[in-house]
Design a protein around this ligand. Structure first.
Ligand code: PMP
Length: 354
């Protein structure tokens, strides 16, 4: 190793799901929404005068903050926006997790948390989910440097009851508790209404799932005015123009079309419930999902084998070769047709053996 390498900030990076450059596959591996974004989003592109690109974007992303403020009845001073919720979460780790005590999060969870902790040299301690893959409230009622909990959790899809989350938030008033609600719109109960009561609560959401805009990269956080000020101070010390002009305009259109949002979310939920019943019929077991994916295991067929067989068939799901979850497949909810094709294949594969 060269001498200079000793002082390199080394990290083991996050591994994103595969994005194969093929149109002929059924892509159920990265929890994208199978439906297009709201029609107004396409109109932004069609009408865009490229002259606007000559200038820097609005560093406050004011139009988007204002649209979110209106939709969620939240003062603008309590809203932070960023380049996907990954950016918002990374900025939150950097800003709020700065203690000697470890930050707490589940052992089975979004696999970016330990990467950011590593990058920013934040001590952390994983709290094991119980045998049913549920978060154990008591594990989070102890001195710590902060907490991050996804609700619903990923990759399990399981929702933690809001009353239990409130216990955790209330017991940790000395540190910041981040609730990562990437999947909340698919039937979970949001912690947003607790923000007025707890100044240590930050709720993070995204346009990538329920608003079909994973490709545009839009995320946001709601919290006490002081938290948002601290987040913006960190952001403006790093890169003022995180969100580009086109993205901001598209985000506004996506937030304003409430009817389309309700319709697509409703369709994904209905398809998820159908898929649950079919997977159950085939002998799969899974935590009850309140998200746009199902984390399923079959008692007779190893998940890795199923993963490979599905891929051969052009059906991509996600497999994690990690302790405790290496016999599970995370299956995103696609269109009815896509899920029917998945079930038809599984019917053939495991059907006669259930
Ligand atoms: N949180 C969780 C729990 C996720 O699964 C994801 C999706 N990978 C994200 C945050 C980040 O999503 P995005 O950056 O697209 O908003």
């Amino acid at each position: 190793m060269a001498a200079w390498e000793a002082n390199v900030r080394k990290v083991i990076p996050y591994t994103p799901g595969e994005q194969p450059n093929r149109a002929d596959i059924i892509k159920l591996n990265t929890n994208e929404n199978p439906y297009p974004p709201a029609p107004g989003v396409a109109r932004v592109l069609q009408k865009m005068d490229t002259e606007v690109l000559r200038k820097y974007p609005d560093p406050t992303a004011g139009a988007l903050v204002s649209a979110l403020s209106e939709r969620y009845k939240m003062p603008e001073e309590q809203i932070f926006v960023g380049v996907g919720s990954d950016d918002v979460l990374a900025m939150s780790f950097l800003t709020f997790f700065n203690a000697k005590e470890p930050v707490l999060f589940p052992d089975i969870t979004y696999s970016f948390y330990d990467v950011w902790a590593g990058l920013f040299h934040i001590p952390y301690e994983c709290q094991p989910l119980d045998a049913n893959f549920e978060i154990v409230t008591e594990d989070y009622l102890k001195p710590c440097g902060g907490i991050v909990i996804p609700n619903p959790n990923a990759p399990t899809g399981a929702e933690k009851e809001l009353a239990q989350l409130e216990r955790i938030i209330a017991a940790n008033s000395d540190v910041i508790v981040i609730v990562d609600e990437a999947y909340i719109d698919f039937g979970g109960e949001s912690a947003v209404r607790l923000i007025s009561e707890y100044e240590n609560l930050l709720v993070v959401q995204t346009f990538s799932k329920s608003r079909s805009l994973a490709g545009m990269r839009i995320g946001y956080a709601f919290g006490n005015e002081k938290l948002i000020k601290y987040l913006n101070d960190a952001k403006y010390s790093f890169n003022s123009y995180t969100m580009n002009t086109v993205t901001i305009a598209m985000g506004v259109e996506a937030v304003r079309d409430e009817a389309y949002f309700q319709e697509t979310v409703g369709k994904v939920i209905a398809t998820r419930e159908w898929t649950k019943r079919e997977l159950q019929r085939l002998g799969f077991v899974f935590p009850d999902s309140k998200s746009n994916f199902i984390f399923a295991s079959h008692p007779k067929y190893p998940a890795k084998e199923l993963f490979e067989a599905l891929k051969q068939e052009g059906i991509y799901v996600r497999y994690f070769a990690k302790p405790r979850i290496d016999n599970y497949l995370r299956i995103s909810i696609g269109t009815d047709e896509e899920m029917k094709a998945l079930i038809a294949f599984l019917d053939e594969y495991v059907g006669e053996n259930i």
